[in-house]
Design a protein around this ligand. Structure first.
Ligand code: DAH
Length: 315
């Protein structure tokens, strides 16, 4: 690429050319003018690109590991801390990895195929509307749930099944929904998805995994129950409820709806190239914000994305 100086010189030379127009016959003048204007436009574009490139070269790389300088405006802040959602998410992932699950991270930009088709929502399926999806101008989808990763995880690990193994993976991720924000609804939040596939996976195993997750997380025995649910990607589909933990002031009388789950729909396995006659699977997904809110007794989900230091300093 030419330097900013060189392009500026060319522009100056070009500007001088305009003087020649006077000396030309009328017929030639027009064509000459058009030609000059085109050249000038091209040079101006090149100049802009060169200036931008030069400006970006001037930005010094940031050492993200460097200790922070004292904050002059807020001197009482000496050190940053982990966001409470990340602390809780890591606790959850820790429990899953002790149970033998692999962890893969979800994307923050996905597409129509992974959001819907691969999850057995055919074109025009009414349940598509339930997910309040955002779309970028280019037609991409910031995922409305971590289930968008199911297809990728199934494809990535399906060879393990043929070798006699299983698929056991959890997928944390940030998700986005175009809904009215209030104390219990946020446009941006975190979920964790789970998938298990084997020759003989059962709903009972799924409930065992989930009961264990919540018991370890809340540090006590808990009763669980299910109620019917509907998701195109599971059949049957249920919602899992846990008894309100005593540590949260529960007396064993209240129930909390924690996540959606079910047996993976055979179509979802088929689309991922897995023999749905031979293999069965279960999957589940639920919000991390919810878990953390319950644990800390928070009544407004909007704190998490607010960036408010008074809030963050409490953790
Ligand atoms: N993705 C669903 C939601 O956000 C939750 C869910 C339900 C995930 C059932 C699953 C599942 O994996 O099997 O509402």
């Amino acid at each position: 690429m030419l330097s900013v100086e060189d392009i500026k010189k060319s522009l100056k030379a070009l500007n001088a050319e305009y003087a020649k127009m006077k000396t030309l016959a009328k017929e030639e003048r027009k064509a000459f003018g058009i030609q000059l204007n085109e050249q000038r436009q091209k040079l101006q574009q090149e100049l802009q690109a060169a200036e931008e490139a030069a400006a970006s070269r001037k930005v010094k790389p940031i050492d993200v590991t460097a200790p922070s300088a004292p904050n002059k405006k807020i001197p009482e802040i000496k050190q940053g801390s982990k966001h409470p959602l990340m602390t809780e998410l890591n606790r959850v992932l820790d429990i899953y990895s002790h149970m033998g699950f692999n962890i893969i991270e979800a994307r923050q930009l996905d597409d129509e195929f992974h959001m819907f088709e691969a999850l057995n929502f055919p074109d025009g399926h009414p349940a598509r509307d339930g997910y309040d999806t955002f779309r970028t101008e280019e037609g991409f989808i910031p995922p409305a749930h971590t289930s968008t990763m199911q297809h990728r995880a199934l494809v990535r690990y399906r060879d393990d099944l043929e070798k006699g193994g299983q698929i056991a993976v959890v997928i944390p991720g940030r998700v986005f929904r175009n809904e009215d924000v209030d104390a219990t609804h946020e446009h941006t939040f975190y979920q964790c998805e789970g998938i298990f596939v084997s020759e003989d996976a059962t709903m009972g195993q799924m409930l065992g995994v989930l009961k264990n997750l919540f018991e370890v997380y809340y540090g006590q025995d808990l009763r669980i129950k299910t109620q019917p649910g509907y998701f195109p990607f599971t059949e049957p589909s249920v919602e899992l409820l846990i008894e309100k933990p005593k540590s949260l002031g529960g007396k064993g009388d209240g129930w909390l709806e924690m996540l959606g789950c079910g047996m993976i729909h055979p179509n979802v396995l088929k689309i991922a190239g897995i023999d749905s006659e031979k293999y069965k699977g279960f999957a589940w997904g639920g919000g991390i914000d919810r878990l953390a809110m319950l644990k800390y007794g928070l009544n407004d989900v909007r704190y998490f994305e607010s960036g408010k230091l008074e809030f963050l300093k409490e953790f």
